[in-house]
Design a protein. Structure first.
Length: 473
């Protein structure tokens, strides 16, 4: 393993910033925050941190969980060592054509520059999924994931670079956020072409960003940190992708370098891909996920597992691993998976048909397995003790709408294993078995025996454990 790590570092040096990889420090040029929600009256808290002495131009995309369409996109300009903070809360839409629909909005009292963002609270917007989907209700914006992507560095010797600095050092007020807005209206960054790059007074991206998000249950006093994934060397060298604040397409995960580097089983795997989002998918690829659950009635235990597929939206038609390449799927855009539930003594769970699916199954011939499918960009498993036909209620902790199956078992605590058999092949014939996914588990408990006056509600969240399969064709 030590030899593999040394080799990995050596190859990173040799690639000279030309290969994207997952950061092991938490800092990078791009970050995926895999989950936000305001369902069940939850709030989501978000921070973006600039750990460098540069002024950063950052694109922030909030993407809804059904198909990954942008529901809010804006530019964020961070002064050196600056931290921006905001909260996502539930609201009722006032957007024309969507009034009275359940929705979400971003609130922030932060002084970092966010041109044209509504300072009293910015509602999420339906315009992208209105143009591309039959489901146009803003309720779908209440749950999704977030992309934080550096666009470039403001030239410190330029007028606009100076405008984004703080007065009197740390803790001051931005000198002139209005100047940044004016640059988009009549100045250096003005233009009507949303597809153009506006790179005047902008230098290439250098990294050093970090971000965090947490789901907060204010009523129950529970706090659920959400694991982030940061990417180093996200872009090819000398890249600048500075676009208008309303540009929901660029930069995105598609602008990543087409070479990926990953340390797998002590060996370095350097893969070449046709597109940047395929390189990101390779880094996120997992063959098997494992999470623990506890739904013991004595503590009113609840467990939900969230799967986030931030690159799924890029895959169309028969492109692996999503699309129609899965021979077992029954609906376009859905993919199949295998599922096993075990108790603490390794007993296998039975599903609602009474079929026990053990890896050691000896029955001949075997009955056909259930055709479990994942169809959205976000998918939530809720552990329950009894299957209810037609139960379409949102999940109990997160209020998620995005589930096709509630995981049912005959015992109350143990572990859940999910495995994916889809395959993707790189240009240099590396075969990745699995799906690009970020997974996490949320648990909530109630201590009915707590002394009077003591808080009896508890919450926790943990990233899923996983394994990879990478071979050479």
């Amino acid at each position: 393993m030590k030899k593999g790590i040394v080799t990995f570092i050596f190859l990173m040096f040799c690639f000279n910033l030309l290969a994207v990889n997952i950061s092991n420090t938490g800092y990078g040029q791009a970050i995926i925050l895999p989950y936000y929600t305001v369902n069940n009256n939850l709030n989501t808290y978000v921070t973006v941190n600039n750990s460098t002495d540069d002024v950063k131009a950052v694109k922030v995309h909030f993407r809804e969980g059904k198909e990954g369409h942008a529901v809010l996109t804006f530019n964020l300009y961070l002064a050196p060592q600056d931290i921006w903070a905001g909260g996502i809360i539930p609201t009722v839409s006032t957007i024309p054509g969507h009034t009275s629909e359940q929705s979400a909005k971003l609130i922030s009292v932060d002084s970092s520059c966010t041109p044209f963002l509504n300072p009293t609270g910015q509602e999420f917007l339906p315009y992208e999924f209105e143009a591309e989907s039959d489901d146009t209700n803003l309720e779908r914006a209440r749950e999704g994931f977030i992309e934080i992507i550096e666009m470039g560095v403001l030239d410190p010797n330029s007028e606009l670079g100076q405008a984004a600095l703080f007065l009197n050092g740390s803790g001051g007020i931005p000198q002139n956020c209005a100047a940044l807005e004016e640059a988009f209206i009549n100045g250096e960054w003005s233009g009507n072409d949303n597809n153009s790059l506006y790179n005047e007074q902008i230098l290439p991206a250098t990294g050093g960003l970090s971000a965090e998000t947490s789901v907060i249950d204010v009523a129950e006093g529970a706090f659920f940190p959400v694991p982030e994934v940061a990417f180093e060397h996200f872009y090819p060298a000398e890249s600048i992708y500075h676009t208008l604040p309303g540009n929901t397409a660029v930069p995105s995960l598609a602008e990543a370098d087409t070479s990926s580097l990953i340390l797998h089983n002590g060996e370095v795997v350097a893969s070449e891909w046709q597109s940047g989002y395929q390189a990101i998918s390779a880094l996120l690829n997992k063959h098997q996920l494992e999470t623990f659950y506890d739904v013991e009635p004595a503590i009113a235990g609840k467990t939900e597992v969230v799967l986030s597929f931030p690159t799924k939206r890029f895959y169309q038609n028969e492109e692996a691993p999503f699309g129609l390449n899965d021979a077992n799927n029954t609906e376009s855009g859905c993919v199949t998976y295998n599922k096993y539930s075990f108790d603490r003594n390794a007993d296998i769970s039975c599903d609602e048909w009474g079929i026990c699916w053990a890896k050691q199954q000896k029955l001949t011939p075997l009955p056909p397995p259930p055709n479990y499918q994942l169809c959205h960009g976000i998918h939530t498993f809720q552990h329950v003790g009894e299957f209810e036909e037609g139960n379409e209620q949102p999940t109990s902790i997160l209020g998620s709408q995005y589930f096709e199956y509630r995981d049912v078992r005959s015992f109350n605590s143990g572990k859940l294993q999910l495995s994916f058999l889809q395959q993707s092949t790189s240009e240099n014939q590396h075969v990745y078995t699995g799906l690009p996914v970020i997974a996490m588990s949320f648990q909530r408990y109630t201590n009915a025996g707590a002394a009077q006056g003591l808080l009896a509600q508890y919450g926790a969240s943990t990233p899923a454990r996983y394994s990879r399969i990478i071979t050479t064709d």
